[in-house]
Design a protein. Structure first.
Length: 454
């Protein structure tokens, strides 16, 4: 029997004490990252100029559970456990027999799921004696999270913010500066990579990554932090799914479908991987659905190949669905979803047929966000609005088939700094931009030579 409550809350002593690593559960182990020069699998030493050994160990571990260090748990206590809600008003508005639940990560100080990995990354770097972290940020959510985490562990923080977002979200920059970070508009003239891409004034995550990596690689006291894509980042986010599993039990429910938005894959991984484990053990029949923008449709339109993580081709080659490393997505408002690739772990599970994907245009996404805000109250960030669009489609299909369906989705951030995007939608000036076949063909031609993937 489902509970009649609306909010499912855990106590502080129920914050998970270990992160879940999906690698040992995967039907096939992911292909290794390759060195950008030799095209041979990279080893821990290749990553040492950018990351501390503790995080490199987490990146390559095949242990299923990794203990969360005490100081990280202490920082998590500032905002975890996060609430799980039943979207009763949205259900009523849709007239659906589906029961809809959402795990809300917008209660963190930075307003999204990103501190779940920023905190352990800052902690491990501080423990290794590093003085400064560099990073890129798209929507500004990741940069804010890292600025917050660096302030908690006394590190300097330098953020390269994608030009389009820097212009759209001045208060994200103020927020990062309040936590003590230095913020550059990317492409900037502070790096070679920025100067090379000066013609792409709107910027992209790929260019901003190149800038941040260049600065970290050139200074022994500076390391780089990535807010998505990598294995250890996805693993840190699994606190979301582990909590959600307990909260769904409190609600007396088991999800039939788990939905989330995908930029680089970390919030989706964090919510879904603990449920994927259950499915792979035959303990659940849940389906998994990843929602992405039609303007940057990595999982739905990309090719499964080795590609660089950044625009300049300096990072290791990762096995992933990609739109081509030098693809510069149009400046859509879901800045956090403008990335040419995705997490290799998530891509491996999509490739294995365990996770499905769907792409939506901006206007239909904001229409869903506004319906959600007018029923549930919370103003979603444009990124999870893609997930809400998919949730509404599922709930409507349940209504048509008269089927009860339990939907769980990740509301990974609030949209309080995204009001210019809401303004554009409400005034009817938001454009629907789609990825063209010609763009895909051009990108394919520029993919690096590398071994084929199974
Ligand atoms: C609120 C929000 N959601 C989602 C994303 C996409 O990242 P990921 O797919 O790693 O969760 C971002 C990235 O910046 C974000 O800020």
């Amino acid at each position: 029997m489902p509970s009649d409550e609306t909010k499912f809350l855990l106590r502080e002593n129920q914050i998970p004490t270990a992160w879940f690593n999906v690698v040992p559960s995967m039907p096939a182990p992911p292909s290794p990252p390759l060195h950008p020069g030799t095209r041979q699998p990279i080893g821990p030493d290749d990553l040492a100029p950018l990351f501390p050994m503790a995080l490199i160990a987490q990146e390559v571990t095949t242990d299923e559970w990794v203990d969360i260090p005490g100081p990280v748990l202490d920082a998590y206590r500032l905002y975890r456990p996060t609430p799980l809600y039943r979207a009763r008003r949205l259900e009523r508005h849709l007239g659906t027999p589906a029961r809809i639940y959402y795990k809300y990560e917008g209660v963190s100080p930075a307003g999204s799921h990103k501190p779940n990995t920023a905190v352990p990354q800052a902690y491990e770097n501080a423990r290794a004696g590093v003085k400064r972290l560099t990073t890129e940020t798209g929507a500004g959510q990741w940069g804010s999270a890292l600025a917050l985490a660096c302030s908690l562990f006394d590190l300097d923080c330098v953020v390269y913010m994608v030009g389009a977002s820097y212009d759209q979200k001045p208060y994200r920059r103020s927020m990062m500066e309040t936590w003590g970070a230095t913020v550059h508009r990317s492409p900037s003239d502070t790096t070679e990579a920025g100067r090379t891409h000066v013609e792409h004034q709107s910027g992209s995550l790929g260019i901003a990554i190149s800038e941040a990596v260049e600065v970290a690689a050139g200074d022994s006291e500076t390391n780089y932090a990535l807010g998505s894509v990598l294995n250890h980042v996805c693993m840190h986010q699994t606190v979301i799914g582990q909590e959600a599993m307990r909260q769904m039990e409190m609600a007396g429910e088991e999800p039939d479908i788990v939905i989330g938005c995908v930029g680089g894959g970390s919030n989706f991984a964090g919510l879904s991987f603990p449920f994927v484990r259950r499915r792979l053990r035959g303990e659940s029949e849940a389906r998994f659905l990843a929602a992405e923008p039609a303007a940057c449709p990595t999982l739905t339109r990309g090719v499964y190949r080795y590609d660089f993580g950044d625009t300049s081709g300096t990072t290791p080659l990762l096995p992933m669905y990609t739109l081509g490393h030098d693809f510069v997505p149009p400046p859509v408002h879901a800045g956090g979803l403008r990335y040419h690739g995705d997490s290799p772990l998530l891509c491996g599970l999509v490739r294995a047929g365990l996770i499905d994907a769907v792409a939506y245009r901006q206007n239909e996404t904001f229409e869903a966000a506004v319906r959600f805000a007018r029923t549930e109250g919370i103003l979603p960030a444009p990124e999870p609005a893609h997930a809400i669009r998919a949730v509404i489609a599922e709930a409507e299909s349940a209504r048509e088939s008269g089927e009860e369906r339990v939907i769980l989705f990740g509301l990974c951030g609030h949209g309080h700094f995204d009001m210019s995007a809401y303004d554009a939608y409400l005034s009817g000036t938001l454009e629907d931009i789609e990825f063209s076949e010609a763009e895909m063909e051009a990108a394919l031609e520029r993919l690096p030579e590398a071994p084929a993937l199974a």
